[in-house]
Write a protein that binds this ligand. Sequence first.
Ligand code: 13P
Ligand code: SF4
Length: 318
Amino acid sequence: MAAWQTRVHALAAARNAVILAHNYQAPIIQDVAHHVGDSLALSRIAATSDAETIVFAGVHFMAETAKLLSPAKRVLIPDQAAGCSLADTINADQLRAWKAEHPGAVVVSYVNTTAEVKAETDVCCTSSNAVDVVRSIPEDREILFLPDQFLGAHVRRATGRTNIHVWLGECHVHADISPSDLVESVRANPAADLYVHPECGCTTSALWLAESGELPAARTHVLSTGGMLDHARRETSRQVLVATEIGMLHQLRKANPTTDFQPVNPKAACPFMKMTTPEKLEACLGDPSLTRGYEVDVPADVAARARQAVERMVAIGN
Ligand code: 13P
Ligand code: SF4
């Protein structure tokens, strides 16, 4: 183990801290973390861990969600500026105005939102449970789905519901994994299977390729990051094309070293996720009296309402 890793683990032990890293973090950060996973799985680990301090190597909304589910714990993030272009596409004022245009509609927000937006939400979802969350809402209720338009389109398609209004937000990283990137990769590797994250701009094209028979539906999988890992563990295909942020490849390759996982767009790196560096992670674990600048908190009134939306999602299941 590198000297840096040993130092980080010693600091974590001295502070009774657990280090959580999202699947999109740089490999060096994933490898030092106690747990690596998707945003929801990590928040659940945060809530059940005995550690007093949670260090969330991820982006700000993820650390906030961990704080909502574990209010008594101290939650730290190595860089407070690690935001999310998707979460930034809607704020609480915009959501209140949208709700006023659709009185009585049920608000379903992806977890990639700020705590203020979650506080205006009826139920949260992740990419792995969005379809189940929407199916749990009575057919005759209108739904406001936010903020991701591509995930929203996927949910509309999968549920066949026409009364879902979708906010036109997008993640700039996944929107840039374009239909032409996908078609080119599939044509260049005709024997490969395909994993697509539903935030991708190319999700519809993947399904179109499947419908046209160019890439059989049985080899096309629309999956969350956690779903990709589960699938990878039982993958029998020799090659898989992966349409999501490239940090994901590290865990996929570890989970199944005999399959060749290749990115559909090798430039799809999230700049916010890559703001966690070894230096910042170590500094954040330093002397608690000097590390207040790393702490993530949510005002109590916002937290109480936002927590309800997250807990309703957790009650519906994965
Ligand atoms: P997960 O919910 O799969 O962790 O993904 C979060 C994210 O930021 C996707 O871009
Ligand atoms: Fe946000 Fe996109 Fe980065 Fe995920 S990959 S954290 S959605 S900017």
